[in-house]
Design a protein around this ligand. Structure first.
Ligand code: NAI
Length: 278
């Protein structure tokens, strides 16, 4: 049997993302306390997590070295925040993406945070300064943004606030690696973090080409599905540049001029998305 670590992780909000985090931390051997403001949601989440872990085990895609049954017993449900946070070394907040709500939840937790804890938010768009700036313990707060479904997509974007302590960033990186996630760390808050900045650049140009009548919607998806997608599923854009020539310097010598000329024709600022009518 694989190691069960004695440390505890607290999850605040037991919806879609909270449940996945519970499964991920349990697969890494952590004790997991899953909290929600809605008592019936806690029960539903525990049932859903158990069923999913058992199904994944049958389908051969369960993570970790322990059985589904061993992972299930590591996860407990709570409706008392103090009890949930007691002795936790790491908190992963997963309440809805509303700045006022996250501010309220982090303020509630503020007095209960120890000097060594990490208080991470799953926030997709809100940087720590948008909900934690008024906290006494704001130096313990960081964003650890997963990509749905995080059980199968390992990337986690770590986004510090201006006052996040360096050990909080290091501990978040370390715990993410320990549970099999793949962290990247931004140096500061920036709209869209990393993934969505890249994703929206792509969507923007796809939208623009469609709008200009250059490519059909179907062909735009083929470009990604049968072209860039398979390539980028294995190697990143910078590694691609390196391998497409005799190293990245040679790539720039060969292609920088062309890339610059194409870049000048891209639409900046972005085209306004027309919301399709049904
Ligand atoms: P959700 O709506 O599925 O779950 C939110 C949970 O928070 C609900 O169970 C709700 O009862 C609970 N809740 C509400 N107020 C609370 C409070 N004061 N204290 C404790 N629990 C409370 O939301 P979801 O999709 O899980 O998103 C959570 C966070 O994760 C958001 O910040 C979202 O942007 C982020 N995220 C979501 C992704 C997605 O694809 N769903 C992907 C990556 C990040």
């Amino acid at each position: 049997m694989a190691e069960i670590v004695s440390e505890k992780v607290a999850i605040i909000g037991s919806g879609v993302i909270g449940q996945y985090w519970a499964m991920i931390f349990a697969s890494g051997g952590y004790h997991v306390s899953l909290y929600d403001i809605d008592q019936s949601q806690v029960s539903r989440s525990l049932t859903a997590v158990k069923e999913r872990l058992e199904r994944y085990e049958q389908q051969g895609c369960l993570r970790g070295q322990t059985s589904a049954a061993e992972q299930v017993v590591l996860i407990s449900g709570h409706t008392n925040l103090t009890e949930c946070l007691k002795d936790a070394i790491y908190v992963q907040e997963c309440v809805p993406e509303v700045a006022e709500l996250k501010t309220k939840v982090f303020e509630q937790m503020d007095e209960m945070l120890s000097d060594s804890i990490v208080a991470a938010s799953s926030s997709s768009c809100l940087g720590p300064s948008m909900f934690a700036g008024g906290m006494k313990n704001r130096d313990r707060v960081v964003v650890a943004h997963p990509v749905n479904p995080p059980y199968f997509i390992p990337l986690v974007e770590i986004v510090p606030g201006p006052w996040t302590a360096p050990d909080v960033i290091q501990k978040t990186q370390s715990i993410m690696r320990k549970v099999g996630q793949s962290p990247v760390t931004l140096k500061s808050e920036v709209p869209g973090f990393a993934l969505n900045r890249i994703q929206y650049s792509i969507i923007n140009e796809c939208w623009n080409m469609f709008k200009e009548g250059i490519l059909s919607a179907e062909d735009i998806d083929v470009v990604m599905r049968d072209g860039l997608g398979p390539r980028y599923a294995f190697i990143g854009p910078l590694e691609t540049m390196h391998l497409n020539a005799d190293g990245i310097v040679d790539y720039c010598k060969r292609y920088a001029d062309g890339a610059y000329k194409v870049g000048q024709t891209l639409t900046i600022p972005p085209v306004q998305y027309d919301v399709p009518t049904a």
